[in-house]
Design a protein around this ligand. Structure first.
Ligand code: SF4
Ligand code: SF4
Length: 261
């Protein structure tokens, strides 16, 4: 299944809009190629994801996540119905605002990719990577933690002549003098006090729809706290936690069975 963000949907192609009507499904054939146009603008999620304060930002993002997740559920229902009709050739084009103010479309594509295209054991990795891509895109759109001549936003705005940002003060894995290439979710979520309190830039794993859907609250909390690790190490740790949680539930279930019988 193909999911694409496309501002310039080709007018010569017949697109289907999201439609759960019985009659629509009755008239399609199993070898049809279905092209669906998702009108992202109808969700009214076109504004920035930040308010003036940390709490305002959290509220905006929670509200956004809720709407994205309910839209995603409708798409999921639509795909299930198509699959029941034996249709597998489906492409989705997300038509987004031309004046892009946030990256909610990446979030939606990520949710759908994890659900429909990722294999069972790579779902967590794909969700993790899409969250990183979303945060990178937000960072570059809003120029949050942004470097010019090696001076980060805070140090430029505060006239501090420090060329390293804040990472090297606590991170050992960065190759000095080079931009960090690690896909670490905790690092991408991290904002210094200046960015949070004076700019309102704030995210938590609990306001990212893709993590709400594909990670447990404990795993999300861990995503928040595992700074300075490579992606591989962070994911390994998350898998360990998932394994322990699973074992814990099995033990509890066995104990309940033993008490009952
Ligand atoms: S998060 Fe760190 S590197 Fe980014 S602006 Fe703040 S102090 Fe600078
Ligand atoms: S891994 Fe994280 S803390 Fe370390 S340099 Fe990269 S962004 Fe900074």
């Amino acid at each position: 299944m193909i999911f694409t963000i496309d501002n310039l949907v080709d007018d010569t192609i017949n697109y289907t809009s999201l439609n759960l009507d019985k009659n629509y499904f009755a008239q399609i054939n199993s070898d049809d190629l279905i092209r669906v146009e998702l009108d992202f603008n109808c969700l009214n999620l076109g504004e920035k994801l930040y308010g003036k304060t940390k709490n305002e930002s959290i509220n905006i993002q929670k509200n956004n996540s809720k709407k994205i997740l309910s839209y995603y559920k409708i798409i999921k229902k639509f795909v299930k119905k198509l699959k029941r009709r034996g249709i597998s050739k489906i492409s989705f084009f997300v038509k987004n605002l031309s004046d892009k103010k946030n990256n909610n479309d990446i979030m939606l594509i990520g949710l759908l990719e994890v659900d429909f295209n990722a294999k069972l054991f790579s779902k967590m990795k794909v969700a993790y990577e899409y969250s990183c891509d979303f945060l990178d895109a937000e960072n570059s759109l809003n120029k949050m933690c942004d470097f010019h001549d090696n001076h980060c936003t805070k140090h430029r705005d505060k006239n501090i002549d420090k060329t390293t940002g804040c990472c090297p003060s606590f991170c050992k894995i960065r190759v000095s003098g080079q931009a960090c290439s690690h896909k670490n979710l905790a690092c991408k979520i991290f904002m210094c006090d200046y960015l949070i309190n004076e700019k309102g830039f704030y995210f938590t794993p609990n306001t990212l729809a893709i993590l709400q859907k594909h990670m447990s609250p404990l795993e999300r909390a861990i995503c928040f706290g595992t700074l300075c690790r490579t992606e591989k190490k962070s994911l390994r740790f998350l898998w360990l936690i998932r394994g322990i949680t699973f074992l814990y539930f099995i033990v509890i279930l066995c104990a309940i069975f033993m008490l009952i019988f």
